[in-house]
Design a protein around this ligand. Structure first.
Ligand code: PGA
Length: 237
């Protein structure tokens, strides 16, 4: 069954996140959705949500400590408080805007792995690398797997080309198929695609070989749009 995940990024308040989660939870129950659905709200909106067992709430980020003196960061104590056991690591905005290094990303991975978290781990190349060709692109992506245990049972990988994130430019079916096939040779875990996924292109993307689901930003922030995409996901085997 395909997976669908929504990354809220820096959107939605505590109030609108709660409304979104409650609305979605009812939708999942009423429509007997069995797919795994993930929502990653902002840190300020994390809470104890009473949801269907397949509606998982995750943290967008967490520092590799339980607690301590790391101003502005959150540690696992603060995530655990809400019974949250899912985290997004290595997202391109953290790599390229916040400038997290592969070393820090691997530290986060290993820290949250030791705590048994489900980890959605993101990789993807910027446009300048894509333009150098497939060998360079794969080399770049494989470097983003340095220090990551690809056998970890609760690992889900997301391939998100940087040039397709939030730009409205979606990778072609061929672009996606080529990378997912190569990744599948290395990784036996589910591999999601992310980057300008929307209701209009989701069905086509889910039908590409080796695509096990999607990680969606912009078009998932409106609950009606996200419900539409859950429905499309439900109808893909
Ligand atoms: P987008 O974001 O759907 O807005 O392109 C995807 C992501 O960053 O996960």
């Amino acid at each position: 069954m395909k997976i669908i995940a929504s990354n809220f990024k820096t959107n939605h308040t505590r109030k609108t996140t709660r409304e979104f989660v409650e609305d979605l939870d009812n939708y999942i129950k009423d429509n007997e959705v069995k797919n795994d659905v993930f929502i990653f709200p902002s840190a300020t909106a994390l809470d104890n949500f009473d949801t269907q067992s397949n509606l998982n709430i995750g943290a967008q980020n967490g520092y590799f400590v339980k607690n301590g003196s790391f101003t502005g960061e959150i540690g696992s104590d603060q995530i655990d408080e809400f019974g949250i056991k899912t985290i997004l690591i290595g997202h391109s905005e953290r790599r390229h805007i916040i400038h997290e290094s592969q070393n820090e990303i691997a530290k986060k991975f290993n820290f949250y792995k030791a705590l048994g978290y489900t980890i959605i781990y993101c990789v993807g190349e910027p446009l300048s690398v894509k333009e150098q060709g497939i060998t360079q692109t794969l080399g770049y992506i494989f470097e983003q797997l340095n220090g990551i245990d690809l056998e970890y049972e609760k690992l889900i990988v997301a391939y998100e080309p940087v040039w397709a994130i939030g730009t409205g430019v979606v990778a072609t079916a061929e672009d996606i198929a080529v990378i997912h096939k190569k990744l599948k040779k290395k990784i036996t875990k589910p591999i999601l695609y992310g980057g300008s996924v929307k209701p209009e292109n989701l069905d086509e993307i889910l039908k590409i070989d080796n695509v096990d689901g999607t990680l969606i930003g912009t078009s998932s922030w409106d609950v009606e749009s996200f419900k539409k995409m859950i429905d499309i996901t439900k109808n893909n085997s």
